[in-house]
Design a protein around this ligand. Structure first.
Ligand code: PHE
Length: 350
C-alpha cells in the first residue's frame, strides 16, 4: 500500500508539473481527482478498511491528496499567468493608430429657432401653451370667426381625417396654431400672455411650402392693450431674433379672427435702412383679437382686449440663416444640418 502511495506521489507530482497547458493539466486532474480518479478511488477504499488500517492509511492518503491538490493549484496558477502574459503580449495597443473622429450633432434649425423664440418671448413675459394637432372644426375655424362656408376656409388647403367630432364634423389636421388662442382663453381666466409653437398642416408643396410646417402663435389679453403694444412687441422680438434693429412695415391684411388685421414685412436685407433700396419680405400675421373670438371664449370685450400674432418658423429660420428652399429643412441631410443646425450649448448659453 505504501509503495502504491509513493508511486502515486512521484508520478502525480511529475505529471502535474509536466502539464504543458491548462487542457493537459485538466486531464491530469481528472486522472487523480475525477470520479474514477486514482486518489478518488483510494479515498473511497477507506470505507472498506478496518478501523486500525484506516487510522494509519487514512492519514497517508489524505496527505497524498493534499500534496497533489496543492501541486495542482500552483501549476494551474502558473499556467493561467503564462496564458495571460502571452495574451497581453499579443494584444498590445498600437498607439500610433489614428483614432475615430467624433462629430458633434447639432440641433435642427426648426427646433433651434423655436427654442430661441420661446426664450425671447419668455423674457418678455409670454408663458408657454400647447394645443392638439388633430383638431375639431370648431377650434380650427368656427371659434376663430371662420364659420362654415366662409371663403377664408379656402385659403387653407385643409387635410381632413376620418375621425369625427361631437358635432359629427370631420376633424382636421390643424391649419394654424391659432386654435391654441381659443383653447387657452376658454380654460384660463383673462388676462393672458402666451406663446405656442407647433406643427401645422396644409395641402401645399413647393420651394416655400411643405405640407407640414411649424408656426408660432402669440396672444396677449389685458384691460388696456392697444395696437401700439402689438407693434412694440413685434418690433422688440424681431430685433432680438435677428440680432439687430430691423425696419418693419405693418400692412393692413384680412384675417377673420382679428380686427384690424395686419401683415408684418421686414425690410430686406435686414442691415439696410427703410429709405434705401429694399425689398419687403412678409414675416408674420397679427392683429387685435376680434370681439367674436373673445365672445366665443366667454371673454367680455368691454373689459378685455388684446392682440395675437402668428409666424411660420421655417420662414423665420430661412431668413435668418439665408437658405431659400424650405424643403432642405426636411431632407435630413447631415451636411445641411451641420451647416445650419445649432449647437444646443450655444442656444442655452445666451
Ligand atoms: N393664423 C394666421 C395664419 O396662419 C396667422 C395669424 C395669427 C394672423 C394670429 C393673425 C393673428 O396665417
Amino acid at each position: 500500500m505504501n509503495e502504491q502511495l509513493n508511486t502515486l506521489h512521484t508520478t502525480g507530482l511529475a505529471q502535474l508539473s509536466g502539464a504543458a497547458n491548462l487542457e493537459d493539466l485538466e486531464q491530469v486532474r481528472l486522472n487523480y481527482f475525477g470520479k474514477s480518479g486514482q486518489v478518488t478511488q483510494l479515498l473511497k477504499s477507506l470505507g472498506q478498511m478496518d478501523a486500525e488500517t484506516r487510522k494509519t492509511q487514512g492519514a497517508e492518503i489524505h496527505k497524498l491528496r493534499e500534496t497533489l491538490q496543492t501541486a495542482f493549484t500552483s501549476r494551474k496558477d502558473a499556467l493561467e499567468q503564462a496564458e495571460l502574459d502571452s495574451k497581453l503580449a499579443q494584444e498590445k495597443v498600437d498607439i500610433t493608430l489614428p483614432g475615430t473622429a467624433h462629430t458633434t450633432g447639432k440641433m435642427h434649425p426648426v427646433s433651434a429657432t423655436m427654442i430661441e423664440l420661446a426664450e425671447i418671448l419668455g423674457r418678455m413675459g409670454f408663458g408657454h401653451a400647447v394645443g392638439p394637432e388633430v383638431e375639431t372644426d370648431y377650434y380650427n375655424f368656427s371659434a376663430l370667426n371662420i364659420p362654415a362656408e366662409h371663403p377664408a376656409r379656402q385659403d387653407h388647403d385643409t387635410f381632413y381625417v376620418e375621425t369625427k367630432d361631437e358635432e359629427g364634423l370631420r376633424k382636421v389636421l390643424r391649419t394654424q396654431t391659432s386654435n391654441v388662442q381659443i383653447r387657452h382663453l376658454q380654460n384660463n381666466p383673462a388676462p393672458a400672455r402666451i406663446v405656442s409653437f407647433g406643427r401645422v398642416y396644409r395641402h401645399d408643396y413647393d420651394a416655400t411650402h411643405t405640407p407640414q410646417f411649424h408656426q408660432m402663435e402669440g396672444l396677449a389679453i389685458d384691460k388696456d392693450l392697444t395696437l401700439g403694444h402689438l407693434k412694440g412687441t413685434i418690433q422688440k422680438f424681431l430685433n432680438d431674433f435677428f440680432g439687430r434693429e430691423v425696419t418693419l412695415r405693418f400692412r393692413i391684411h384680412y384675417f377673420p379672427f382679428v380686427e384690424p388685421g395686419l401683415e408684418v414685412d421686414v425690410a430686406w436685407p435686414i442691415d439696410q435702412k427703410a429709405d434705401e433700396k429694399t425689398r419687403w419680405l412678409e414675416v408674420m400675421g397679427a392683429g387685435m383679437v376680434h370681439r367674436n373670438v373673445l365672445a366665443a371664449c366667454g371673454v367680455d370685450h368691454t373689459q378685455w382686449q388684446g392682440f395675437a400674432f402668428g409666424a411660420g418658423i421655417e420662414r423665420l429660420a430661412m431668413l435668418k440663416h439665408g437658405f431659400n428652399d424650405i424643403r432642405q429643412l426636411f431632407t435630413g441631410r447631415v451636411d445641411f444640418l451641420q451647416s445650419y443646425g445649432q449647437l444646443a450649448a450655444k442656444l442655452t448659453a445666451k
